[in-house]
Ligand binder design. Structure first.
Ligand SMILES: [Cu+2]
Length: 397
């Protein structure tokens, strides 16, 4: 399999050869009878009118004060959403007015499957103006189908699959409502609502993606206890020793690509990995718990390569740090003593949003050998070092 987009999966190999057998096996066994005739891929990201290197250089400078770069527009299937009158001589833009083409969805007699991928750095909720939508998958894994008029928040790196049923009405618009928390900027975006085309909208009770359990039949492999547990802490720090430049950390390590000696990590013995590689090794453990404590002032969507994990719990503290160390604390904060996790509501995902001053408990089967990244999916944060490695031993080739 070569790198690319497969349904809701973005496949990018860590080594010279892909190892995606776990994902393929999980899907070849079952083709659920979703009722749709055509499908439509909706890639929603953000767009900057400067090269990424310049944008990152600004973020990683004292000038940004740790505020994330503000995108100039949303990018929907490769088409920007920018008011050309904003293109002033000081910030020239080669601007052509063009609407995102949704005419593909205009056949009212056809049930559609819409695969939505958040390729950007902002969370959003998607609403269909005059038709119900049915959520069938999150991160390419079946959920118990649920109907709603809108679904979100879809955080960076997350995917959701929706069925748009036949209707007697024309589809007038899809609305992308940007999450106000991830829009945590010193300047504001042109508008919190991006509609294609733009119409007034409101979002009554969107389906909460972070609280939608996986289909029960997919939860059966989940064991009651893991064979190994790891705890990590993550934060973006502006330290005077780093000239107040925002720097992401897992524990005490800010990740950077291996450079001394250079080379892919899978080709280097572990004792040759440089000091920027913080990794947890799963050894011969089959089921691994990873407790991730987010000590940061903001929430972050964390993504693991090569594996899906069962999200057993996500917690946000109303007061204090909201941290959980299973080696010290008798019970996870926020849970009744002795009650344990509700495994029947676990969510099989590959991306988890962890709120500020909160934690998540992730349980995964370490069955896909390789050195895999676990990182914040907001690219500016992972580029600042908010990433670590999960080292799963085994035969790579
Ligand atoms: Cu982040």
């Amino acid at each position: 399999m070569t790198d690319g987009l497969y349904g809701g999966f973005v496949v990018h190999a860590p080594a010279s050869k892909s190892t995606v057998r776990g994902l393929l096996a999980r899907h070849s066994a079952e083709f659920p009878p979703y009722n749709y005739e055509r499908e439509f891929l909706l890639l929603i990201g953000d767009w900057y009118h400067q090269p990424a290197g310049q944008v990152l250089a600004w973020y990683m400078s004292i000038e940004s004060f740790g505020n994330e770069p503000v995108p100039d527009s949303l990018l929907i299937n490769g088409v920007g959403n920018f008011n050309c009158s904003m293109a002033v001589p000081a910030r020239p833009v080669d601007c052509i007015e063009r609407q995102t083409d949704l005419s593909y969805l205009s056949d009212i007699d056809t049930p559609y499957r819409i695969r939505v991928v958040n390729t950007g750095s902002l969370g959003f909720t998607l609403a269909c103006e005059n038709r119900p939508l049915t959520l069938i998958q999150v991160d390419s894994i079946d959920v118990e189908p649920q109907e709603a008029s809108s679904a979100g928040i879809l955080y960076p790196g997350q995917r959701m699959d929706l069925i748009l049923p036949p209707s007697k009405d024309n589809l007038t618009s899809l609305t992308i409502h940007l999450d106000q928390e991830t829009v945590n900027y010193s300047t504001t975006l042109p508008a919190p609502n991006h509609t294609i085309p733009i119409t007034p909208s409101h979002l009554p009770n969107p389906l909460d993606l972070q609280n939608t359990p996986t289909k029960p039949t997919l939860l059966s492999p989940l064991p009651k206890k893991p064979s190994q547990t790891h705890v990590v802490y993550t934060k973006i720090q502006k330290l005077s020793i780093n000239h107040n430049i925002p720097t992401g950390f897992f524990n005490r390590t800010s990740w950077r690509p291996q450079s001394n000696p250079p080379g892919p990590l899978t080709a280097l013995p572990r004792d040759k990995w440089d000091e920027n590689q913080f990794s947890l090794a799963t050894g011969d453990a089959e089921w691994v718990d990873l407790v991730v404590n987010n000590l940061d002032e903001g929430g972050h969507p964390f993504h693991l390569h090569g594996h899906h994990f069962y999200i057993l719990r996500v917690y946000e503290a109303s007061i204090g740090w909201g941290s959980y160390n299973p080696f010290v604390d008798s019970d996870p904060p926020g849970l009744e003593p002795g009650s344990g996790y509700d495994l029947s509501r676990a969510m099989l995902r590959d991306t988890v949003y962890i709120p500020s001053r909160g934690y998540a408990v992730l349980r995964f089967r370490a069955d896909n050998p390789g050195v895999w990244m676990f990182h914040c999916h907001i690219v500016w944060h992972s580029a600042s070092g908010m990433a670590m490695l999960v080292d799963v031993p085994g035969n790579l080739y």
